[in-house]
Design a protein around this ligand. Structure first.
Ligand code: PPS
Ligand SMILES: OC[C@H]1O[C@H](O[C@H]2O[C@H](CO)[C@@H](O)[C@H](O)[C@H]2O)[C@H](O)[C@@H](O)[C@@H]1O
Length: 272
């Protein structure tokens, strides 16, 4: 296959609905295949582990966080250099029409850009580095407005290691536990990461397309077509769209945790 002629980066924070959006883009066959090719952290070559979502680990929190024996992704492990891995990811993420796409979480953008610098791509801003390594980049942000819902979703996935409906990456059959401080930390962290994406784009004078998770779910076709038009897909309004390729994971427990967290937050405000 010839090298990609254009690139799309789906810029997100964890549990924002990014996989739903990315897999739907993939299914169109004209928008690249956006997966998390670049999520492995440099120190470990692994995706962020449960403990690495927190700055301080109390014994109580530590006891809730699973530890498991994860190996680096096979393609990364067998690549002799990061440049070789990059070549694999470029091939894997590109559809026959020459569009490459990938999902990027704020939590590893900096590390990914540093890896690119190490293999020779220059640039002060991480986005300059990306623009050196990938042709004609365009950016789509996926943003979830309900930050408490998002943090509850992340706290649940960190504990259970079930990142999509019906799938778990460990044998641990864990019943997740409510932990107000952990959810509070994740709300703050997700909000900060969202702000940082915004600041980075503004500093570079880039206006990405923003896909709001809640709108995507409620207005599936309109929102997906907006993205396809932004990408510049030929016949964006005529392309056959898949039904949502993933099922929602949150359940009654998630909802009750959101209410419990919000109630506790309101109570602590009223006692100021
Ligand atoms: N079809 C459909 N409808 C509604 N919501 C859906 C759907 N598919 C996925 N999702 C929800 O998306 C949330 C996961 O977001 P991400 O894919 O960004 O998470 S990840 O960090 O990449 O694992 C996660 O949110 P929660 O439901 O709050 O857990 C998923 O359930
Ligand atoms: O199915 C959703 C995503 O699942 C994986 O990523 C998630 O699990 C990782 C832990 O293994 C976690 O670090 C990452 O933040 C989560 O998004 C998978 O790697 C993704 O490609 C996939 O979209």
């Amino acid at each position: 296959m010839s090298p990609p002629a254009e690139s799309v980066f789906v810029c997100a924070t964890p549990r924002s609905g990014s996989t739903l959006f990315c897999e739907a883009l993939s299914a169109t066959g004209v928008a690249g295949r956006p997966a998390e090719y670049f999520e492995a952290l440099r120190g470990t070559d692994l995706p962020r582990q449960p403990q690495e979502y927190f700055d301080e680990l109390t014994p109580e929190l530590e006891a809730l966080l699973p530890r498991f024996d994860q190996q680096p992704a096979p393609e990364l492990a067998r690549s002799r250099t990061y440049g070789e891995y990059l070549a694999w990811a470029r091939r894997e993420g590109t559809t026959p029409n020459g569009v490459f796409s990938a999902k990027l979480m704020w939590g590893y953008l900096g590390e990914f850009a540093d890896r690119l610098r190490e293999v020779g791509y220059a640039g002060d801003s991480d986005l300059d580095v990306l623009a050196g390594a990938f042709p004609r980049p365009r950016y789509i942000r996926v943003v979830r407005l309900g930050k408490v819902e998002q943090a509850v979703s992340l706290w649940t996935a960190i504990q259970t290691q079930s990142w999509r409906d019906g799938e778990t990456f460990t044998d641990a059959d864990r019943e997740p536990v409510f932990h107000r401080a952990a959810i509070d930390h994740l709300v703050r962290r997700l909000t900060e990461q969202e702000d940082r994406w915004g600041t980075l784009f503004a500093a570079q004078g880039i206006a990405p397309l923003t896909i709001v998770y809640e709108e995507l779910v409620e207005h599936w076709e309109v929102t997906m077509r907006r993205a396809l038009r932004y990408i510049g897909a030929a016949d964006a309004d005529g392309i056959e769209l898949p039904a949502p390729p993933l099922r929602r994971q949150s359940n009654g427990r998630s909802q009750s945790w959101v209410e419990r967290f919000a109630g506790a937050a309101a109570l602590s405000r009223s006692t100021w």
